[in-house]
Every structure is written in structure tokens, then in C-alpha cells.
Design a binder for this molecule. Structure first.
Ligand SMILES: NC(=O)c1ccc[n+]([C@@H]2O[C@H](COP(=O)([O-])OP(=O)(O)OC[C@H]3O[C@@H](n4cnc5c(N)ncnc54)[C@H](OP(=O)(O)O)[C@@H]3O)[C@@H](O)[C@H]2O)c1
Length: 326
């Protein structure tokens, strides 16, 4: 079958190890189901895998991709939850299972015509969501949903204030749309003026250059950029507020700014993906509010290299989608 796979690992030139071509059919384990993929989306995770972050060389070749929506052998339309883990081992939350893994880390991923997953990882796709929209939900949107709704401590009925760093990314655009749909005031930063304008058009209340002074301190920061924005994030939070962090695209080891963290009694909260239950809640949220994932571009799977080049160059706003041949 056609797939996009990591064949070798290159920390500084990740696309050197990317191959678009024939890969073996998935081999479902006991209790697993093979899903025919109708749409899959790219994530920064796919670039990190090609750099060798979280993907050791002895697992190659590895089909990339964490996100998919597709059809089961008995015709059900499904969204695939990417976290493979045992909820019981994580105190009821599979993301806390010490052995949890994402598709494309240990088992072949979703950038393929077919993908095998545990049956419990399948969630019904609502008819009102397109294949492309549904394929955005399991990673970027689920991560943003957990950060904004479950982890940021914002009031459930709306009325909080939140700063989102790096407006153009998959998680960041999801966080903006989710936070606005939940009734919060949203400030965003981006390096790029066009992206700042697009964030304003999507409903951001203030759009700023990275590091710029905010109209006021916020209740929570949604941080995925890391070293480049961390200092600004720490300065942006009100006393007692939270910084929720799920990524470090620009580098993982920012100065901690410990003085401000203890003096203002800030909370720094890690967040990773989301549970199956949260994905079910997210699907209900998008149905209830009418909010929809922002899609930058849809391409055939055969053109995956061009989509990866866009991801690497940051030349997009929202999600990049691949569609396998029908
Ligand atoms: N823990 C988890 O479960 C989880 C899940 C999903 C994602 N993540 C992580 O979250 C991060 C974002 O993922 P994604 O898929 O949304 O990535 P993406 O779509 O590629 O977006 C990259 C983002 O990084 C910003 N950025 C990159 N380099 C920057 C720099 N030097 N200075 C300022 N901003 C910079 C961009 O903002 P502008 O271009 O607008 O400035 C953009 O928002 C990645 O590190 C990813 O691994 C973690």
C-alpha cells in the first residue's frame, strides 16, 4: 500500500529520511481493527520522528502519522484515537500509562492507505464533520482541548483571559478556536504579520508580535513554542495563573525564571495529547458549538513530500491534510 515513512533519521535535515512509496499492509494484533484511511493530517510530531526524537533507528522503517479518520471493514465511519495505552495502568487515563505510545512511535502510523489500531481507539465520526475536519481532531485539536478546557483552570462558562503563543501552528489555531468557542478573551502572538492578521480574522481579541506587552496579564498561557517564547509567557501570567505547556518547537530548555514563578505563585502544567474520553468530549464540543478545524491545504498522499516541506518551512496556517487514493 502507499504510505509516507521514515526510512532513516536525520536530526538536522529531517526530510532526507522521508520516503513516499510502497509499505507492507498493517498486521492487526488480537482485538485490533484495520481502518481504511480517508484523510490524515500532519503534525510537528512527524518532523520530530524524522529527526529521531522518540523514534529509535531499530524501529525503521516506520510509517508516520498520528491522525486519521476512515472506515472500518464493517462500514463504520470512525475517528482514530492515537494514544495506545491502558487506562487502568494510568489511574483511568491512558495518557498516564507509563507504557503508552502514539501511532507511528511503536506501531505503524496513519499516513497510509490503511492503519491497524485497537478497537477501543475508534470513535464514531459525526456525519456533520468532513473527513478532513475529522482527521484534525485526534492530535492537535485533542491536545489543544485538554490544554484549554481541562488544564488551564479557566472558568467553565467562559470569561477567562488566555495567551496563545505561535498563532499559526496546528495546536495554536485549535486552541484559539476552542478558547473563543468556550467564551474566553484570547491574545495571540506570531512571528509573521500575515499569520497575525489571520488570527485576528479568526476571532483573536489582540494579536501581537512575540514578546510584546499585553493589554493585561492573563489567567493562562497556552505554550507550545518553548525557548523562544517562554520568558514572555512567564511575564504574561497574573499572580496565581497557569502556564500550560505541551511542546517546545523552538527548543526544550528555556531559562526557568524561577523567581517570578514562586513569587507570583504561578503553576506550570505539562499536558500531553488527551484521553479517549476527552476525544469523545471534543467531538461533542465541535458538534455543539459549530466550531470546525481550520484546514490550510488538502493534498493527495502521493504529494506528501510537498506537505512536509510546508510543515518544515512553517508556511501554513492551520492543518495540512493528506488523502490516500480512494
Ligand atoms: N505533548 C503533546 O501531546 C503534543 C501534541 C501536539 C503537539 N505537540 C508539540 O507542540 C508543538 C506544536 O505542534 P504543532 O503540530 O501545532 O506544530 P506546527 O503546526 O508545526 O506549528 C509550529 C508552531 O511553532 C511556532 N514556532 C516555531 N518556531 C518558532 C520560533 N523559533 N519562534 C516562535 N514561534 C515558533 C509557530 O508559530 P508562528 O509561525 O505563528 O510564529 C507555530 O505555531 C510541537 O513542538 C509539537 O511536538 C505536543
Amino acid at each position: 500500500m502507499l504510505a509516507a515513512a521514515a526510512m532513516s533519521l536525520h536530526p538536522d535535515s529531517p526530510l532526507d529520511g522521508l520516503a513516499i512509496g510502497e509499505q507492507p499492509e498493517p498486521a492487526p494484533l488480537d482485538g485490533w481493527v484495520t481502518v481504511t484511511v480517508r484523510a490524515a493530517s500532519l503534525n510537528h510530531h512527524d518532523l520530530f520522528s524524522l529527526r529521531g526524537v522518540g523514534l529509535p533507528a531499530d524501529r525503521l522503517p516506520m510509517i508516520l502519522g498520528c491522525d486519521a479518520a476512515g472506515v472500518t471493514p464493517d462500514g463504520q465511519e470512525v475517528i482514530v484515537h492515537s494514544v495506545i495505552g491502558d487506562p487502568a495502568a494510568g489511574g483511568g487515563d491512558e495518557t498516564l500509562d507509563p507504557k503508552r505510545t502514539l501511532l507511528s512511535e511503536l506501531y505503524p502510523g496513519t499516513l497510509a492507505e490503511r492503519v491497524a489500531v485497537p478497537r477501543r481507539n475508534l470513535i464514531p465520526k459525526p456525519a456533520g464533520l468532513s473527513w478532513e475536519e475529522a482527521a484534525c481532531l485526534p492530535t492537535a485539536w485533542l491536545t489543544a482541548y485538554r490544554m484549554v478546557v481541562s488544564r488551564a483552570g479557566l472558568p467553565a462558562g467562559g470569561g477567562g483571559t488566555v495567551l496563545i503563543q505561535g498563532a499559526g501552528g496546528g495546536v495554536a489555531t485549535a486552541a484559539l478556536l476552542i478558547a473563543k468557542a468556550a467564551g474566553h478573551t484570547v491574545f495571540v502572538t506570531s512571528r509573521d504579520e500575515t499569520k497575525r492578521k489571520r488570527a485576528a480574522a479568526l476571532g483573536a481579541d489582540e494579536v501581537l508580535e512575540p514578546g510584546a506587552r499585553l493589554p493585561r496579564r492573563v489567567d493562562a498561557v497556552i505554550e507550545t513554542v518553548g525557548a523562544a517564547t517562554w520568558g514572555h509567557s512567564v511575564k504574561a501570567v497574573r499572580p496565581g495563573g497557569r502556564i500550560v505547556v505541551s511542546g517546545a518547537t523552538s527548543g526544550p530548555n528555556p531559562p526557568a525564571d524561577l523567581t517570578r514563578i514562586f513569587f507570583l505563585q504561578l503553576s506550570v502544567i505539562g499536558s500531553t495529547m488527551g484521553s479517549r474520553d476527552e476525544l469523545v468530549d471534543l467531538v461533542a464540543f465541535v458538534e455543539r458549538t459549530g466550531v470546525r478545524p481550520l484546514i490550510h491545504e488538502v493534498r493527495p498522499l502521493a504529494d506528501a513530500r510537498a506537505a512536509f516541506e510546508q510543515l518544515l518551512g512553517g508556511e501554513f496556517f492551520g492543518k495540512l491534510i493528506l488523502r490516500p487514493p480512494a
